[in-house]
Design a protein around this ligand. Structure first.
Ligand code: CDP
Length: 211
């Protein structure tokens, strides 16, 4: 039997990570936050004092990525967000990270969250969720998350950065952010984490019953 893969895609701060982690724990599946891969590559490029838009350097750093890089403490925050989104627009970086993601999912099944899991990485995934929320609500959540981590932020600036990254992720020619045609779209604007989890579980149950 093919191992169960659940793909969860959506824009920044839509609540994918929280949801994906809970679904994985509930179903006893491994979980991979694929955004961390792009974040770690972005960080490695910044460590070299290079521009994250530099395709040759970013590709070299993606190929040299060490799983320990995913545990770095500096993968979140505006600079890391921006560097991740910049390296993620480079086709050779995406190609270098593809096999890692596929092997992870194929080994024992998995829940993976990102931008292109249902469209590119696992187009054959048994269940695809596209988790979204209004930009204002996502900015509010990111602001609270930053504040919770003791990082001072300006709410308007957070909203502007979310909008920028949405545009950069959705308009890039390679693996742009968009729902797979067979994805179940879950709008969490008016849902808290528990309500989003309940909706997702019900949808997953229906999808799996129809397999
Ligand atoms: O947590 P947040 O939604 O802010 O970001 P993330 O999921 O960690 O992703 C960071 C950046 O990596 C995104 O802005 C995308 O540009 C990129 N990314 C991607 O292109 N493909 C993925 N599968 C995951 C992330």
């Amino acid at each position: 039997m093919t191992p169960l893969v659940i793909a969860i895609d959506g824009p920044a701060a839509a609540g994918k990570g929280t949801l994906a982690r809970r679904i994985a724990a509930h179903l006893g599946l491994p979980y991979l936050d694929t955004g961390l891969l792009y974040r770690a590559v972005g960080r490695r490029v910044l460590d070299r004092g290079a521009d994250p838009r530099d395709a040759a350097i970013a590709e070299a750093e993606a190929r040299a990525l060490d799983p320990a890089d995913l545990d770095r403490p500096d993968l979140r925050g505006p600079q890391a967000d921006h560097a991740a989104s910049a390296v993620a627009a480079i086709p050779a970086v995406r190609a270098a990270l593809l096999e890692f993601q596929r092997s992870f999912g194929r080994a024992r099944g998995a829940v993976l969250d990102g931008r292109d899991i249902g469209t590119v990485v696992f187009p054959e995934a048994a269940v695809k969720l596209f988790v979204t929320a209004s930009p204002e609500e996502r900015a509010r959540r990111r602001f609270l998350e930053l504040r919770g981590r003791g990082i001072a932020a300006d709410p308007d600036q957070v909203l502007a950065e979310i909008r920028d990254r949405d545009a950069q992720d959705a308009n890039r020619p390679v693996a742009p952010l968009k729902p797979a045609p067979d994805a179940i779209v879950i709008d969490t604007t008016a849902l808290d984490a528990d309500a989003a989890f309940a909706v997702a579980l019900a949808e997953i149950g229906q999808r799996l019953a129809g397999r």
